[in-house]
Design a protein around this ligand. Structure first.
Ligand code: HAM
Length: 431
């Protein structure tokens, strides 16, 4: 084939796109009940927005960004994630100002871009549904936002989810842990992967997140960050655990979990699924956490933040594998069959009136014979077929057939154009 979509991208075709709309509508509904509003930020940002926030030693920034210099020689990045751009927008638009009641709660959905090796559930263009909360340090924000993610996934019909949490503590705790980790890793320097050797002094926590098996064996015995949390950090994490307990949300603690982005502190979490879609292995559908220093890092006032993002492709893979039934309405209310030129013309006015009355209507545009038109009506699952021939045009009446019962009625054009709702109800009631 001459033209193919770029590796790691997908076409979302009719039949599939309805599922996306269903998931997106479900997210909007659930998020609304938690009082979130939508934010839409650009699909590309200046390079610094991500290197400052996601971290210039992270895999995302060092290996996975689609970045280029535009015609004005600006260093541009196709966004690899949503948080940095939303925080940039929060600061740039001064949403920290007193006219915006705190916390400011926003959600977004859209494409993200990472140059990764494509595989099931891992794309180069993928879609996230994400949320961010600005302006409160309370553990209740962490827990309610996690609860919202779980709520949404349950509304999508997902079961067997595992919530994993950890705390990275505040800056002081991180510093103390960082040193302990360097002290632990230094004797293993020669055995570490090249990436981890590079990161050991720049950002040792990244070593904990290494995909390299040898690295993983070494860090299995590394000191736990939870032993380095100071009083404030411990208090926050304890409150998070207590509130999760109050809501009866089960969770596991993974002290080695650091996540792939550098902006986090205190609570981090992932929601994993071991659906058949991933061969029974755990795959992360949703990840997020607290990022209290990020707004100030991007030039704003010190602002606490918390958020998460989920991968829509992964979510849909699980829903498909778990055979979740989505209430998707493919039905066509009316198909208009017309035979002859006069009928074709009369058809046009009728179909427009039917659509304007709020019904879905389709007709023939390929000069099919009557039989072919009826066949199409059947294939499209039309509930009602309206038929017009020369004699119907002359008498200004149309035939309407209830496709479920086979019952037929004749209705004047005038009634169809003025009150199709009543006509439709009559034909659906006809036995
Ligand atoms: P993340 O863990 O990098 O976090 O991505 C969140 C989710 O996006 C993942 O759990 C996964 O479902 C999906 N995802 C990531 N990369 C891919 C890919 N290549 N193909 C398909 N799906 C993918 C973030 O992006 C943070 N911004 C989350 C956050 C929001 N933290 C605070 N606020």
């Amino acid at each position: 084939m001459a033209y193919q979509r770029p590796k790691g991208t997908a076409d979302i075709l009719p039949g599939e796109s309805e599922k996306w709309q269903y998931v997106e509508a479900t997210a909007r509904n659930v998020f609304k009940s938690y009082h979130f509003s939508e934010v839409r930020t650009p699909m590309f940002e200046n390079f610094d927005v991500f290197s400052r926030s996601v971290g210039d030693t992270s895999d995302i920034v060092t290996k996975e960004m689609y970045d280029f210099h535009d015609k004005g020689d600006r260093h541009i990045v196709l966004r690899p994630e949503g948080t940095a751009g939303v925080v940039r927008a929060y600061v740039e638009n001064k949403l920290y100002g007193p006219e915006h009641p705190k916390p400011v709660k926003v959600y977004y959905m859209g494409p993200m871009f990472r140059y990764e090796r494509p595989q099931s559930g891992r794309m180069r263009e993928f879609h996230q549904i994400g949320v961010e909360v600005f302006g409160s340090e309370q553990a209740a924000v962490d827990v309610e936002t996690i609860a919202m993610a779980m709520d949404f996934l349950k509304h999508c019909g997902l079961q067997d989810l595992k919530l994993v949490i950890n705390s990275l503590g505040n800056i002081a705790s991180r510093q103390a842990y960082r040193q302990a980790l360097i002290d632990f890793l230094e004797p293993h320097f020669a055995e570490l992967s090249h990436d981890s050797q590079e990161r050991l002094h720049k950002n040792p926590l990244r070593v904990l997140d290494s995909k390299d098996e040898k690295d993983q064996a070494i860090v299995a015995d590394a000191p736990s960050i939870l032993d380095y949390l100071d009083e404030e950090s411990t208090a926050h994490f304890t409150a998070v655990k207590q509130l999760l307990g109050d809501l009866d949300i089960p969770y596991e603690i993974d002290a080695n979990m650091v996540r792939g982005l550098d902006y986090y502190n205190h609570t981090i979490f992932e929601i994993m699924s071991n659906s058949k879609a991933f061969g029974g292995q755990y795959m992360t559908v949703c990840g997020g956490g607290r990022y209290n220093g990020l707004a100030s890092e991007l030039g704003g006032p010190e602002t606490p933040g918390f958020g998460f993002a989920m991968g829509v492709e992964r979510l849909l893979l699980i829903m498909d594998a778990d055979k979740v039934a989505m209430p998707i309405d493919h039905a066509l209310d009316v198909y208009l069959v017309s035979i002859g030129d006069a009928a074709q013309r009369a058809n046009l006015k009728l179909i427009q009136a039917i659509r304007q009355a709020g019904f879905t209507a389709e007709r023939d545009y390929l000069d099919r014979k009557a039989k072919g038109q009826f066949k199409t009506a059947n294939r499209l699952n039309a509930k009602v077929v309206l038929t017009l021939g020369d004699s119907e045009v002359e008498s200004a009446t149309a035939h309407l057939k209830n496709m479920a019962t086979g019952a037929e009625i004749s209705v004047p054009f005038a009634q169809i154009t003025t009150d199709f709702k009543a006509v439709y109800e009559t034909v659906l009631a006809a036995e």
